[in-house]
Design a protein around this ligand. Structure first.
Ligand SMILES: [Zn+2]
Length: 417
C-alpha cells in the first residue's frame, strides 16, 4: 500500500494499540481488586468513553477487545496442555502500530475506492485500489468477483522501523460462482469412517471397519513377531525361520489392506467424476501432525496418525482424481469437528458419544464425521465454517460398506451406520 498513507493510519493504529493495552491493564486490575477476570462485554462498555476508543470505528475498536480475549483463551488452552513457555497477552510499547480490522459495517466500497470509516464525525480514510482488486481467477481461468467482508491494515516492521503498510481484504466468493465451474467435494478421513460432503448437497459415509481391524491386526502381528524374535539369538535357524514367517504374514496382510485402500480411493474419484466435481478437498495432514505433536486434541489426532496410512490414501486419491480431471486440494480442518455445519455455532461438547453431532442451537443431528466433512467444505468455500449458516441443503447421507465377497463398497441402509 505504500508509506504515503502512513500518516493517515498511524493515529488509528496507535489508538488500537491503546485499546489493547487498556484490555491488559483493566483485566489485571480487576483481578487484583476483585479476584476475577472481566468479561468481554464489560470491557467494551467500560472503554466506550475512552479517547482512543473514539478514534476508531466502533466495530474496529470492538475487534481489538475480541482479539485480546481470543489471545487470552489461546493462552489458557496452552496452559491446560502444559505448555508453560507461552506468555499471557501483555502490554505493547506505546509506539506499537497495531493491525486494525474493519468489519462489514466499518467500510464502504465505491468502485475501486475503499472507504474505511473511523468514529462518527471523523473523516474516513480513502484507499484507491488497482483495477480488478476484487476479482479472483480460479485455476480453470474463470474470473469470480468477490464481495469484500473484512479489511485489515497491517504495519510491516523491519529492524524496529515501519517499512510499509499492508492491506488485507477478505473476499466472499459465494457458493454460486464456484458451482458454475463444477461442484466441490470435501473428505474427512477418520480411522474407520470416511465422510464425503459435496456442494451439490450429496453426503456419503464410507464405513471401513475391516480396514481398521486389518491395520490393527497387522500392528499386533508386528509387535508379536518382534517380541518373539527378541528372545531368539539373532541369525540363528529359529530366528531366520521366524523372520521369513513375519515377512510372509505381513505381505499377505499388506496386500489385503492395499486392496481396500485402492478400492476406497477409486470409489471417491469415481463419485467425483460422475457428479461433475471440479475440486476435491482433503483435510491438511500437516495440521494433524502438528496437533498430534503439541498434544492438542491428542487422542483423535494420534489415532489418525498412527493407525492409518492417510498420506498414502491422500496421495492415491489425488492421483486417481488427476486421471479423471478432478483437481485435489488440501485445506485446514481447524474447528471442523467442533462446529455445527448447519448453523455455524461452535461447541466441542455437542460432539456426542458414538460419533453423533447434536447441535444445541439449531437441533441438527448428524453423524459427526459427516458434520466434519461438511464443515471442511464450508471452510474451503467461505474460508471459515464458524458463524455462518449453510447456504444450501444436504440430502440424506448414502452409506457404503466394504463387501469382502464382492471386494468393493456396496450401498447399505442409512440405519446400518
Ligand atoms: Zn446447529
Amino acid at each position: 500500500m505504500g508509506k504515503v498513507l502512513l500518516p493517515l493510519f498511524r493515529p488509528v493504529m496507535l489508538a488500537a494499540n491503546c485499546v489493547w493495552n487498556s484490555c491488559v491493564w483493566h483485566s489485571r486490575e480487576t483481578f487484583r481488586q476483585e479476584n476475577r477476570w472481566p468479561t468481554e462485554a464489560e470491557l467494551k462498555a467500560k472503554f466506550k468513553s475512552f479517547a482512543a476508543w473514539r478514534e476508531l470505528h466502533s466495530q474496529s475498536a470492538q475487534a481489538v477487545v475480541e482479539e485480546y480475549f481470543e489471545a487470552v483463551s489461546a493462552y489458557h488452552k496452552h496452559r491446560e496442555n502444559v505448555h508453560l513457555e507461552m506468555n499471557p497477552p501483555g502490554f505493547k510499547p506505546k509506539d506499537h502500530l497495531r493491525t486494525v480490522t474493519w468489519k462489514r459495517q466499518g467500510f464502504d466500497v465505491e468502485g475501486n475506492t475503499l472507504v474505511l470509516k473511523l468514529s462518527r464525525g471523523k473523516e474516513p480514510i480513502e484507499v484507491v485500489l488497482p483495477e480488478g482488486w476484487d476479482v479472483v481467477v480460479l485455476p480453470d481461468g474463470t474470473e469470480v468477483k468477490g464481495v469484500p467482508v473484512e479489511v485489515k491494515v497491517k504495519a510491516v516492521v523491519r529492524r524496529r522501523r515501519v517499512e510499509n503498510l499492508v492491506l488485507h481484504v477478505t473476499l466472499d466468493l459465494g457458493v454460486v460462482p464456484v458451482n458454475q465451474v463444477g461442484a466441490v467435494s470435501a473428505y474427512d478421513y477418520n480411522s474407520a469412517v470416511f465422510a464425503r460432503a459435496v456442494s451439490s448437497g450429496r453426503l456419503d459415509l464410507f464405513v471401513c471397519r475391516e480396514l481398521l481391524s486389518l491395520v490393527q491386526y497387522r500392528n499386533k502381528t508386528i509387535a508379536g513377531f518382534q517380541e518373539k524374535m527378541s528372545r531368539l539369538k539373532e541369525g540363528s535357524r529359529r530366528w531366520r525361520r521366524c523372520l521369513s514367517a513375519k515377512v510372509r504374514v505381513l505381505k499377505r496382510l499388506g496386500r489385503r489392506i492395499r486392496q481396500i485402500e485402492h478400492t476406497l480411493t477409486k470409489s471417491f474419484a469415481g463419485l467425483d467424476e460422475a457428479e461433475g466435481v471440479a475440486f476435491a478437498v482433503v483435510g491438511d495432514l500437516k495440521d494433524l501432525r502438528r496437533s498430534a505433536r503439541t498434544g492438542i486434541k491428542g487422542r483423535k489426532a494420534s489415532q489418525k496418525i498412527n493407525q492409518m496410512a492417510y498420506d498414502r490414501l491422500a496421495r492415491e486419491q489425488r492421483y486417481k482424481n488427476l486421471v479423471r480431471g478432478v483437481q485435489t486440494d488440501t485445506w485446514t480442518e481447524r474447528n471442523t469437528s467442533s462446529t455445527c455445519c448447519l448453523c455455524g455455532a461452535r461447541n466441542p461438547a455437542w460432539r456426542r458419544h458414538r460419533g453423533l453431532w447434536v447441535c444445541g442451537r439449531c437441533g441438527l443431528v448428524l453423524q459427526a464425521d459427516l458434520n466434519g466433512a461438511a464443515n471442511l467444505l464450508k471452510q474451503y468455500l467461505f474460508r471459515d465454517c464458524r458463524n455462518r449458516a449453510l447456504s444450501f441443503a444436504f440430502r440424506e447421507a448414502r452409506v457404503w460398506r466394504w463387501d469382502g465377497k464382492l471386494n468393493r463398497f456396496v450401498q447399505v441402509s442409512p440405519r446400518a451406520a
